[in-house]
Design a protein around this ligand. Sequence first.
Ligand code: G1P
Length: 300
Amino acid sequence: MPAPTPKPEPLIRKCVVPAAGLGTRFLPATKAVPKEMLPIVDTPTLQYIVQEAVSAGITDVILISGRGKESMVDHFDLAVELEAVLKARGKEEEFRKLRAISDMANIASLRQKEPLGLGHAVLCARGLVGNEPFGVILGDDIIDAEEPGIRQLARVFRKHDQGVVALMEVPPSETHLYGIAAGTDLGDGVIQIDRIVEKPKPGTAPSNLAVIGRYVLPPEIFDILEQQPPGVGGEIQLTDGLATLQKKRGLLGYKFKGQRYDAGDKVGYLKANIAYALKRPELRGPLLEWMGEIVRMEKP
Ligand code: G1P
């Protein structure tokens, strides 16, 4: 019998998912339910994020959580009672779907005790990440792509051996909402960053290339964040740490391929719901029919 082909080395093994925020933009839904557990169609946003990580070969997901957000970890645990009920009722498919969630990845969670910023949230994961490159995925940004967004970045990281951030062009009127990067185009969507700033004031952005919530970083970022003074909004900003990383070791941007939804914004969240529902054959027909009716009614 031929020896089994060894699995290819994963590009990165671990990723950090900052999820400590209060989700105030989605109150009252987020009074007792973490923002990350709000569904897109029937699946919590966080599950899309973990799925993206897993399909990029990541085995360990480190959730940076906050008080009252335990349901995020419960979602990836075995649901023994629920599974028993589904089995007893002969609901095999539902049972399998539920079990698959708890088999997805090793989920670790730790608390960010104070809201000191995204850079601080990432720093909290230092002990669990250790001395290896890792991914960061922000749950507000949903990327629908053939090749998972974080995997696209991990490939660029491996090729060039430099930290990589996901970039997307935004209108000049929106640059103040993002980390903005500028640099030299190396071809194939890769940019050698020479400037990166967090939420520049309107009219001062060095480009219209916005950082979208995907990063693959070398472990050196932890030493940098350790020393990082607070920046915009009095918070320890990941972008400021990246600016130091850029000067010390170089930093790349990658114009990822795929559709991004800003699930942290109500319109973006609704768009994500509609887009993902339209991909479901059983929902597409009735939804399109209803949308057609609305458009006809709205027309003057
Ligand atoms: C964070 C980052 C910002 C980035 C954005 C992407 O900002 O600080 O650099 O461009 O995510 O969604 P936030 O949206 O949390 O204010």
